[in-house]
Design a protein around this ligand. Sequence first.
Ligand code: SF4
Length: 150
Amino acid sequence: MMSFESFVRLGWSFFRTVLRGFFPRRSQLPRFEAQYRPDGVLTTEGPEVAVQDRAQRCFSCGACDVAALERGEFGALGPLGPMAFVVGVTRQAGLDLAVPGEVPPALVHALTEACPVRVPFGGLVDLVRRRRAEAEGASAGLAPRAQLPG
Ligand code: SF4
């Protein structure tokens, strides 16, 4: 059986949780980004969040790969094809992502049209380019870490 002390603690936690719900708190994301930006954490901006939200609907059906194959442009967004590009950007968001210099706008449009959930390929290409540039800028600005005496 629950002790009286546990009951009071549980009730107090419940009360605080309910009370917090009445007072919206400021997002701590800007503070987090400012703190960890020197370590290479990338920013998330409003338009980027919207693109990520839409792209995360990808359920790996492969329709974009088929559309790219039919157009003979399977490798335009990377050697593994458009689906791998989308999954890589939305699930991993690693710093090693890159896209070739030129991506035909007609292909980007065709891929979005072929996608049942309308993943915004154009927005994703822009996002990857911006993050790549940001990551390179951040790593160029990093001071070398101090060597521990060994
Ligand atoms: S067509 Fe859309 S949902 Fe299907 S794999 Fe490509 S991006 Fe994902």
